[in-house]
Design a protein around this ligand. Structure first.
Ligand code: CMC
Length: 428
């Protein structure tokens, strides 16, 4: 702690401690303010200016476009690490050495079978069900198959439940897609790497030999790293707040998946591609859609643009844009949707509406184009985001439990009716 802040309310003055983080971010600690001030609270809908925790996992500077996991820049990790190394780093705080990483993956593989009864639950969904709803339900259902709650004071038990979900989750991801496509459920091949196996589990056909394309494997690995954590976003805050009631890891993750589903959050990658397709089908007139996005009477928003925290550029978008160019080039795909995306980006970056509001392409603007080039159906895009975000959610849940954070329970200011008497039905 350093410095103090003074707040004056109703003629009384209160000294509040100011907390400074390792990157010199400052926060006024209001945790004891309500008690000291006899009931005064702070209000901040959408938590635009509220820190919910102290965290050692991810550092993000929206003004400078900086994103770091455990002190390593996202650019460095995307270039040099693989997804499992990053998962270990996020969850346990340090990069693993070879032996630790091997053990980590071996332990994950041992957990990569899901109970056969899960198939019955999957069977009960219609093919039309959105894969995010199915994934959230199946993740929650896993709890029923490992009912004892994790003893968070035991490193061993904590580790076990972490490798368990990292092993089973990719199977569920693949099954949500196979269900939709009417393909038999598959367990992939544990001789393969984590990401290779995900792809095989998704795309393997019963009558064909599946061969992984290294370009696709590398691109997916990179995409998963870029999505792996993003500090206290909507789904991560959901995971932490659900977990703060001591609900189990799987139940907390299931809630996080539901939060991610929304089009203002992870669902934006699906929404971007649907928007780009719509523009193409409508003749490709990007100007028309720019005008719609700026029209306050039109609910249309340019999906994949803007970010609650990044007000300069989203460093992940830069890496993804480059990756999209490379993947499409390497796979020899010419996608007219990419031209529309580039056109929109160019126009938006030169348009005062977007410039003044600091609206830049975000991580979701180009990721859908890569997923599409990989043959992943549009409805699966947000599921891929969930697969990438899984280590971040786990890391944040673990940190919250180890820090023994109190149950999340915000206050409110009531603005409804004052006390009034009940009026019987025949008198209303
Ligand atoms: N298109 C047009 N106008 C926009 C857009 C957009 N995409 N985003 C923000 N604005 C305008 C908004 O209308 C408002 O204008 P005004 O000040 O005149 O009222 C101003 O910019 C500020 O917007 P806001 O909604 O108050 O900003 P926010 O921080 O609450 O919302 C956001 C951030 C990401 C929800 C929003 O920018 C948005 O809806 N973007 C499109 C959806 C999207 O791409 N989401 C993915 C986010 S990145 C991945 C993730 O986090 O999961």
């Amino acid at each position: 702690m350093s410095d103090n802040a003074t707040i004056e309310v109703g003629g009384k003055s209160y000294e509040l401690p100011v907390f400074t983080g390792t990157e010199n971010e400052q926060a006024i600690d209001i945790s004891k303010f309500r008690g000291a001030s006899d009931g005064v609270i702070t209000i901040d809908p959408g938590y635009k200016n509220t820190g919910s925790c102290l965290s050692e996992i991810t550092f993000l500077d929206g003004e400078k476009g900086i994103l770091r996991y455990r002190g390593y820049s996202i650019e460095d990790l995307a270039e040099n690490a693989d997804f499992l190394e990053v998962a270990y780093l996020l969850i346990f705080g340090e990069l693993p050495d070879t032996e630790t990483l091997d053990k980590f993956y071996t332990d994950i593989k041992k957990e990569s079978i899901v109970d056969d009864d899960i198939k019955k639950i999957l069977d009960a969904f219609p093919k039309s069900a959105h894969p995010m709803g199915v994934l959230s339900s199946l993740t929650s259902a896993l709890t029923a198959f490992s009912p004892s709650s994790v003893n968070v004071d035991s490193d061993e038990e904590m580790y076990k439940s972490i490798v368990r979900i990292l092993g089973k989750f990719p199977v569920l991801v693949a099954w949500t897609m196979r269900k939709k496509q009417g393909l038999p459920l598959d367990y992939g091949d544990n001789k393969l790497g984590y990401v290779e196996n995900v792809l095989k589990m998704m795309f393997n056909k019963p009558n064909e030999e599946y061969e992984n394309n290294p370009i696709v494997v590398e691109a997916l690995d990179k995409l998963l790293i870029l999505h792996a954590d993003h500090e206290q976003n909507c789904s991560t805050s959901t995971v932490r707040i659900v977990g703060s009631s001591h609900a189990g890891l799987f139940a907390s993750l299931s809630a996080g998946i539901s939060a991610l589903w929304g089009p203002l959050h992870g669902g934006a990658n699906q929404a971007v591609l649907e928007m780009l397709n719509g523009i193409q089908e409508d003749g490709g007139d990007t100007n028309k859609y720019m005008a719609k996005a700026k029209d306050k009477n039109d609910p249309f928003r340019l999906m994949g643009f803007g970010h609650r925290v990044y007000k300069n550029f989203d460093p992940r978008a830069k890496i993804i844009k480059k990756a999209a160019d490379e993947v499409l080039g390497d796979l020899g795909i010419e996608d007219p949707i990419l031209d529309i995306a580039e056109g929109l980006e160019k126009e938006a970056l030169a348009d005062p509406y977007f410039v003044d509001r600091k609206l830049y392409p975000n991580v979701d603007f180009y990721s859908g184009i890569i997923y599409r080039a990989m043959g992943i159906p549009t409805e699966m895009f947000t599921v891929m985001f969930a697969l990438g975000r899984l280590p971040g959610w786990i890391a944040q849940w673990r940190e919250m439990r180890l820090n023994k954070e109190p149950i999340g329970r915000p206050r409110q200011i009531y603005t409804g009716e004052n006390l009034r008497s009940f009026v019987p039905l025949d008198k209303r």
